[in-house]
Design a protein around this ligand. Structure first.
Ligand code: ZN
Length: 464
């Protein structure tokens, strides 16, 4: 029999509509899966983990992230989106070496696991050479996070060259080879997809070719939409709808400036959408679309996007997705001269916020049948939060306390596929000292280039 672990006596937030919350309950894990969630489980031959004083909930799911940008953490917090396009992508990204991708993905994934994020859609758009993609995958596999790796373009090479630059038929040749060698039919923690550039930054001709490439390979794909724009909306989702390119295999990230009609078209096609509340607001991208997604019939999902301008704490994304939607609705009511009378008018609830970073994000990255809730049969991706930490106590409304107050510092224990990767607040089996050393080496290489005018700190030894 596979190893069994009984998580006993925790306050359970299952995010499973059938199970709901249990003030005190148990979760039984067998091998890599959850086999039972109930108020009291009696089981023989299992290791018992005492969860008294803990919240037990599904691991957080980040459905939009670029781990490779961990090396330039916080560099863009005082920039807007187009600064990034003008500086970081063509300058820093252009100088990323494969070993920099390895180091930064390793560091990003370790940070995510420590923050209770057990599943990540990792969008790699620094594929300057095939080796960059290979090193990204190697780091994900080594760290042991559940991830859908999205093979993207190189922002450094392609973004400014799209005018008339119809990619050759071979532009996905290495993606196909990597998929077949490392992912297809292997099961396990890593899955695959393509990150295509889409109509916001390239032509419809290239977009059609990229969609066809993903579908020929039988993998899902994602598109960035909703960058800040001029007076005319880009209507990228609508243009893709008109070209017959939408489907359940497409995810759109941000969608800040996508119209309600576009979000409805996406919902009707069975596609998914992910807001990145912190980045959307920090970068002047626009307004987080969590509530508009929900109103259009989508299941709003959230993601961190990148620590270049956000903390990497998914609890913050849950909170900001909710708060922005409450603000938007309140302002609409105030604009009519009427007062807000009850919270129903503000609509977006803490439960919806929690779902956005768990079950909805899992659905958005095509893993909804595997993770995102504590449901028997799903993978045992589970986190324990210290409920007696002062920012969560006395845990009256369990979901409310987590959405309103939790942060990644409350994460005590993390399971990925039944395996403990964090216990008593410390990562297990992950050499943080080595990761930090590799990250600093990568950072120093990146900042050594003269072309980058960003907020380069004066680093010891570089004289800068
Ligand atoms: Zn992104």
């Amino acid at each position: 029999m596979a190893k069994r672990t009984l998580i006993k006596g925790g306050a359970i937030i299952s995010v499973d509509p059938e199970i709901g919350e249990l003030r005190t309950g148990d979760v039984l894990i067998e091998g890599d899966s959850i086999v039972e969630v109930s108020a009291a489980i009696t089981a023989e031959d299992c290791e018992v983990l005492d969860a008294a004083g803990m919240v037990v909930m599904p691991g957080l799911v980040d459905s939009h992230r670029h781990f490779w940008q961990t090396g330039t953490r916080a560099d863009s917090i005082d920039q807007v989106f187009w600064d990034l396009v003008a500086s970081q992508w063509p300058k820093v990204a252009a100088h990323y070496r494969p070993e920099d991708v390895y180091a930064t993905v390793l560091a990003g994934a370790a940070d995510a696991l420590s923050a209770g994020i057990t599943t990540v859609l990792d969008w790699c758009h620094v594929v300057n050479t095939p080796a960059h993609a290979e090193e990204n995958v190697r780091a994900l596999r080594e760290i042991g996070i559940r991830s859908r790796f999205l093979y993207g373009a190189s922002m450094a090479r392609k973004l400014h060259e799209f005018d008339g630059d119809v990619e050759s038929e071979d532009s996905w040749a290495h993606a196909r080879e990597l998929y077949r060698r490392e992912f297809e039919g292997t099961g396990g923690l890593l899955t695959f997809g393509l990150a295509i550039q889409g109509p916001d930054v390239t032509t419809m001709e290239i977009t059609e070719a990229d969609c066809a490439a993903a579908r020929a390979l039988g993998v899902p794909f994602a598109v960035h939409v909703g960058a800040p724009e001029g007076p005319e909306p880009m209507l990228s989702i609508k243009r893709m709808a008109e070209a017959g390119l939408l489907g359940p295999d497409v995810n759109f990230a941000h969608c800040c400036n996508s119209t309600d009609e576009e979000l409805r078209l996406l919902a009707e096609a069975g596609g998914t959408a992910t807001a990145c509340p912190t980045l959307d607001m920090a970068f002047g991208m626009g307004t987080p679309a969590t509530g508009r997604m929900r109103d259009a019939g989508l299941r709003p999902a959230v993601g961190v996007d990148s620590v270049i301008a956000s903390s990497g704490d998914m609890f913050e994304e849950l909170r900001l997705g909710l708060l922005y939607e409450r603000l938007r609705r309140a302002q609409a009511i105030f604009a009519t001269g009427v007062d807000v009378k009850n919270v129903e008018e503000l609509a977006f609830t803490t439960r919806e916020a929690l779902e956005s970073g768990t079950i909805n994000s899992a659905h958005a990255m095509w893993l909804g049948d595997q993770v995102g809730s504590l449901t028997p049969g799903k993978k045992a991706d589970i986190i324990l939060l210290r409920a007696d930490d002062l920012n969560l106590a006395p845990l009256s409304d369990m979901v409310g306390a987590v959405v309103c107050g939790a942060n990644s510092g409350n994460v005590d224990t993390v399971f990925v596929g039944g395996k403990i990767v964090k216990r008593n607040g410390k990562l297990v089996g992950i050499d943080v000292e080595r990761i930090n050393r590799l990250l600093v080496e990568a950072r120093d290489r990146m900042y050594a280039y003269d072309g980058y005018p960003g907020m380069r700190p004066p680093l010891a030894g570089t004289g800068r």
